[in-house]
Write a protein that binds this ligand. Structure first.
Ligand code: GDP
Length: 197
């Protein structure tokens, strides 16, 4: 699925800019700097699909990509900057909430969480939005190369325990490192199944 064409469809800064829903869709969400761009690029085997950025609150945009004509992949704007101005946060919430609630083709949201930090309150807010929108989400721990195996296991167990209390959370976590290529096959496997379901 990811071996061939991945083309940028459009970036939406507001709800009226969303492309029509059609093919099955998957989305990637997470705090800014969680490693979302790196993971999307690693998943697609290219360095230029998603733009990496360390700039606080930069792209407040939903970016839509066509994957091989079979699936639409959505890069959601990062969240979690404490210093973000209120109007930016409000715009983010409007866009993300509206998208999640009005997207029947959205099969799953992959919620990226930095394995060094585990779930933070901004992730919990995101989980609440996903629960309310009844969008199934699956937590993906990122940057596991930065931790010892025992630390990875500890954060995994903690996270599994917490998400078990959420209705829309997929019970299985995916552990990844874009840097070392870990967990990418697991993630691809999930996505292929979602595209074919
Ligand atoms: P985004 O803001 O969520 O798109 O995050 P980026 O993909 O831009 O990554 C943020 C920072 O984390 C960058 O400095 C990356 O090099 C680093 N990073 C991303 N993925 C990994 C990983 O798997 N391992 C390590 N060690 N660093 C990573």
């Amino acid at each position: 699925l990811f071996a061939r064409d991945i083309t940028f469809l459009r970036g939406a800064v507001a709800l009226d800019g969303l492309p029509d829903a059609g093919k099955p869709e998957i989305a990637f969400a997470g705090r800014s700097n969680v490693g979302k761009s790196s993971l999307i690029n690693a998943l697609c085997g290219r360095s230029t699909v998603a733009r990496t950025s360390n700039t606080p609150g930069r792209t407040q945009e939903l970016n839509f990509f066509d994957v091989n004509g079979r699936l639409v992949m959505v890069d959601m704007p990062g969240y979690g900057f404490a210093s973000a101005p209120k109007d930016k946060v409000d715009a983010w919430t409007r866009l993300v909430k509206g998208y999640l609630k009005g997207r029947p083709t959205l099969r799953r949201c992959f919620l990226l969480v930095d394995s060094r930090h585990g779930l933070k309150d901004s992730d919990r807010d995101m989980m609440k939005l996903l629960d309310q929108a009844a969008v199934i989400y699956q937590v993906v721990l990122t940057k596991i190369d930065k931790l010892k195996a025992s630390e990875v296991e500890a954060v995994r167990a903690r996270t599994v325990d917490e998400i078990s209390r959420h209705v829309a959370a997929h019970p299985v976590l995916i552990l990844t490192s874009s840097e070392k290529g870990l967990g990418l096959a697991d993630l691809r496997c999930e996505i292929v199944q979602l595209a074919e379901a």
